[in-house]
Design a protein around this ligand. Sequence first.
Ligand code: ZN
Length: 106
Amino acid sequence: MKAGVRELVLERMQILVRNAVSNARKNPELAQRQASLAKKLSMKYRVRMPYELRMNFCKKCKKFIVPGFTARIRLGRSDVKSIRITCSFCNHTYRKIIRKQAAQSL
Ligand SMILES: [Zn+2]
């Protein structure tokens, strides 16, 4: 792979997912298309999606989900700061541990 391609692909994926999130409410179909394009780029160039982008994909059905819209978010009640994300397509719930950094920015 040529140098710089990875950065280009990463940037492209970020733009696509960001657009998909902002389109999710008014145009869910377009959002799904943009999200799946980002996924295809990731596979084609074997560039791993950054954590913040992967958060927008359901672990089970792999659909693009938007927190607060197509996914429900609940705060965990244990000592470990975590959130529960429930996909509204397949109802799969998964837990995310919030890192200290992330918790501070909330
Ligand atoms: Zn799902």
